[in-house]
Ligand binder design. Structure first.
Ligand code: AHG
Ligand code: MN
Ligand code: MN
Length: 334
């Protein structure tokens, strides 16, 4: 066996060898992606110690959305913020855990802007369930760094990805061409390519949503779910239910196995729960590159013009045909 066959392609090698596909990126893109990988390893190391270092406990503060911030959210936020700042590749950041845009000082300011959810699914931490980090990357604008760099439709992303701290640690990213998955080898501390050019299955086999929100759903959701569940008959079970409650982990499982995730708007307020900039946009970009689709109910997530950093939206994300079917139900039942 040749030596080359004994180990896989590392994240850094993968990013570097694809640089020629992005001549406009001038090298900083590779630096940024590899530094996100470094932040992922640092956060993974902390997540693995949850419970041992009392990071389960709450900090007592609340974030901009009025939710209690757990210590691990803060650790992940500070880690990402500091690694990205020092990378020299980033000009502006937005985070779920930061009220305002974070501007990098001029000496370290770079070509990109990044929006991130440092820890998604944090209500699952104390039960040792999969959680993750989600990120969206844009090129900076020519004007002075500020929130406007981040208030752009998701279709302007140049890359997006996530890291899952689960039974293994995986990093998935897209540069707009392919979606590739890397698994952290705890022995060597390297991310190795484990799934190249990921693509959705055209058939939905998994349905994932919080069904206890039924009383607050708009009219289209129940008949739509009945339609999907109606695919099961005496002959075969073609669809099943899986819901983790960590969007990033639900999304990843659905991408790997073929599933549809829904978090409809609340009929009482017309508002969704999930955040556009750092939850829905990056996952929508990944979904589309993988041959899937993402909608807020009345159109493509990536076409929404954000007006605030922490804007919320409804989300339907998965295989194209079933996202389109959901949109037809929205049009018919409201
Ligand atoms: P976060 O932990 O970053 O606040 O996000 C939690 C999100 C998402 O991960 C999950 O799908 C959803 O909230 C779960 O909400 P419900 O408990 O309302 O189902
Ligand atoms: Mn989240
Ligand atoms: Mn979060």
């Amino acid at each position: 066996m040749s030596l080359a066959a004994d180990f896989g392609v590392t994240l850094t090698q993968h990013v570097l060898t694809r640089q020629h596909l992005h001549p406009e990126a001038r090298g900083q893109f590779s630096g940024l992606l590899t530094q996100i990988g470094v932040a992922g390893k640092l956060i993974a190391a902390q997540v693995r110690r949850a419970g041992l270092i009392e990071v389960w406990g709450k900090t007592g503060e609340t974030n901009v959305q009025g939710e209690t911030v757990k210590k691990l959210d803060r650790i992940a936020n500070d880690t990402l913020k500091e690694v990205l700042r020092r990378s020299g590749c980033v000009a502006v950041m937005a985070s779920e855990e930061e009220d305002d845009a974070v501007i990098v000082e001029p000496e370290l300011s770079g070509e990109y802007v990044v929006a991130f959810d440092p820890l998604d699914g944090s209500s699952n931490i104390e039960a040792s369930v999969s959680i993750g980090t989600i990120f969206a990357i844009y090129r900076r604008l020519p004007d002075a760094p500020g929130p406007a760099h981040l208030l752009r439709p998701g279709r302007e992303q140049v890359a997006a990805g996530y890291i899952i701290y689960g039974s293994s640690t995986v990093l998935v990213y897209t540069d707009g061409r392919t979606v590739d998955c890397f698994t952290l080898d705890p022995g060597s501390g390297e991310f190795f390519l484990t799934r190249a050019a990921m693509a959705y299955r055209p058939v939905t086999r998994i349905l994932s949503l919080n069904e206890c929100n039924g009383p607050y759903w708009p009219g289209w959701v129940s008949p739509f779910l009945d339609e999907i569940k109606g695919r099961n008959d005496a002959e075969a079970r073609r669809v099943t239910d899986r819901h983790i409650g960590s969007l990033v982990a639900d999304f990843h499982r659905n991408l790997v196995k073929g599933g549809l995730f829904l978090y409809p708007v609340d009929a009482r307020t017309g508002r969704g729960k999930l955040r556009l900039l750092y939850e829905c946009n990056p996952l929508a970009f990944i979904a589309e590159v993988a041959g899937g689709a993402a909608s807020w109910g009345g159109g493509r997530i990536l076409d929404v013009q954000p007006t605030s950093l922490h804007q919320r939206t409804g989300l339907i994300i998965g295989a194209q045909a079933d996202v389109a079917l959901a949109e037809r139900f929205v049009a018919e039942h409201g």
